[in-house]
Design a protein around this ligand. Structure first.
Ligand SMILES: *Cc1c(COP(=O)(O)O)cnc(C)c1O
Length: 243
């Protein structure tokens, strides 16, 4: 996919306009949807431009890349981990990120729980669910999500706030609709069975966020739509790939 033209302000205005339309189509309020600006591959200047444009939450998919940017970016930014997280990086991730969207195993839940016992306080997490059964994607199977929510409910330092998914890419965003609907239905069922308060649905990326919002997304994770294309000459620190 090619990047959107224009400045960060122009791209964000376009995103906000589309979000407003998607919300209006379902009688939802615009402020029910948080934009997570996924800055992977872009440097601190891009993050600063995003913050100047009014974005508050920055998403990253690698701990090391995030660590380097967090050190130099305005402290007003809040950082969310959206990418695959190795258990041995749980402690650092718990320290760096306000929320972890991509908890995909009970081992990782355990590691985050232990990290927060040492760190103090509680960490907000989302459970990533592979609703499409896509063998290339991380996440709990829908059937494993219930025991995972139950396990998390027994961890005093972990707060499960909802679910996240990354459906298989389809050129037509309508192809993702049933996966977004499935995530919402699974969340409703899990909340009903466990009594857990799970308001958040992190779903929708640049290609399909309008469909995701129509299906109930409360967080959309947008990279390309805000920052432009990652491939090409603008990739920051390409050498960080061993993380
Ligand atoms: C890169 C990434 C995004 C953003 O992707 P775009 O298509 O550029 O919007 C969202 N979520 C996750 C987990 C990602 O890795």
């Amino acid at each position: 996919m090619t990047g959107e033209p224009g400045t960060m302000e122009e791209r964000l205005a376009d995103v906000r306009r589309r979000l407003a339309l998607a919300c209006a189509a379902r009688g939802r309020a615009e402020d029910e949807v948080l934009v997570v600006a996924v800055a992977k591959g872009f440097g601190p200047e891009a993050v600063e431009a995003a913050i100047r444009a009014g974005l508050r939450v920055i998403g990253e998919n690698r701990v090391q890349e995030a660590r380097e940017k967090i050190a130099v970016c305005p402290s007003s930014a809040r950082w969310h981990m959206v990418g695959r997280l190795q258990t041995n990086k749980a402690r650092e991730a718990a320290a760096l990120f306000e929320m972890i969207h991509s908890v995909d195993s009970t081992r990782l839940l355990d590691a985050l729980s232990r990290a927060m016992e040492l760190e103090g306080g509680t960490k907000d997490v989302l459970l990533q669910v592979n609703v499409a059964g896509d063998s290339a994607k991380a996440g709990f199977s829908p059937g494993d999500a219930l025991p995972a929510v139950r396990a998390a409910c027994g961890m005093p330092h972990i707060r499960v706030r909802g679910l996240m998914t990354v459906p298989p890419f389809t050129p037509d965003p309508e192809g993702a609709r049933r996966h977004f609907a499935a995530l919402r239905e699974l969340r409703d069922r899990l909340a009903g069975e466990t009594g857990a308060d799970m308001p958040e649905l992190s779903m929708g990326m640049s290609n399909d966020y309008e469909v995701a919002v129509q299906e109930g997304a409360t967080m959309v994770r947008l990279g390309t739509a805000l920052f432009g294309a990652r491939s090409g000459g603008n990739s920051w620190r390409r050498r960080i790939d061993a993380d």
